[in-house]
Design a protein around this ligand. Structure first.
Ligand SMILES: Nc1ncnc2c1ncn2[C@@H]1O[C@H](COP(=O)(O)OP(=O)(O)OP(=O)(O)O)[C@@H](O)[C@H]1O
Ligand SMILES: [Mg+2]
Length: 249
């Protein structure tokens, strides 16, 4: 419809402040996200990473700032309207409907789509995720942790979002499943989706990312390529090895 925006960033934040109740947690964040890239947000516990993702999806209170998705302002829209505009969010935690089958879960993700469209999208999902195609009738709760995480991502991908927000997709997974989830994130990117994620496994996440965003005390303090972020001794020491430094009291 609007070809002129095709070359600009797919998502732009300007001076975004958001939080809960009376106080912003995330303050004055400005970012441009290029289409078809993977961005990983890193920072200490409580830095505001999840709060920023929730703000993008409209799940908390916005105090100031704008959010443009493909050139359209979305900051006043409800989460459902943002989803309709092409922004999707997979929150932390897995498997919302453990007793339902893989196919039934995916059908829930297709809620609101015309039947033929839903059928075509499910075919596309099964083609993209052979691990799900192999188990359409298995109860979601009986999938492995990694498979459940893939199912959660697949459920929102049924809506064919342009931008996918992932909060800790590998939390609690074994190293093997972490590798599988990261590969799936790559596959999603290759299918044309832009990804913004928060991930505790910083090393693994940065290895597939185009951009790293570092947050501290609710603010973005650095945006750069993963190589340059890892190569910065101050940032690297403070934020990339934090699980090992045990300041978690
Ligand atoms: N629903 C809420 N109501 C009030 N305060 C909240 C809420 N959720 C988070 N906070 C506060 O906002 C701050 C940032 O939390 P947030 O969850 O965004 O951090 P995070 O960077 O995602 O941390 P982690 O790495 O531990 O997931 C914390 O001080 C937290 O206590
Ligand atoms: Mg978090």
């Amino acid at each position: 419809m609007n070809g002129a925006i095709a070359n600009g960033p797919i998502l732009s934040l300007r001076n975004l402040s958001a939080g809960y109740g009376d106080e912003p947690i995330v303050e004055d964040v400005s970012l441009d996200i290029e289409a078809r890239t993977i961005t990983t947000i890193v920072g200490s516990n409580g830095a505001g990473k999840s709060t920023l993702l929730k703000a993008l999806y409209g799940l908390n209170r916005r105090f100031a700032g704008t959010i443009m998705l493909q050139g359209q302002a979305i900051e006043e829209l409800s989460p459902i309207r943002r989803l309709e505009q092409g922004l999707a969010f997979v929150p932390q935690g897995r498997c919302n409907f453990p007793l339902m089958s893989v196919r039934e879960n995916l059908s829930l993700g297709a809620y609101g789509l015309a039947r033929e469209v839903a059928a075509r999208r499910l075919d596309g999902i099964f083609a993209l995720f052979p691990v799900l195609a192999a188990k359409p009738h298995v109860a979601a709760g009986n999938l492995s942790g990694g498979e459940q995480q893939i199912l959660e991502m697949a459920m929102v991908l049924v809506k064919e979002p342009r931008v996918l927000l992932l909060d800790e997709p590998s939390i609690g997974l074994s190293p093997k499943n972490l590798g599988i989830v990261l590969q799936v994130v790559r596959d999603i990117q290759n299918a044309g989706t832009t990804i913004i994620m928060v991930e505790q496994n910083v090393k693994g996440a940065l290895s597939i990312s185009d951009t790293a965003v570092v947050m501290e005390l609710g603010r973005v303090i650095a945006v750069d390529t993963p190589a340059r972020i890892i190569g910065d001794p101050t940032i690297s020491r403070a934020y990339l090895g934090r699980r090992a430094t045990a300041s978690d009291a």
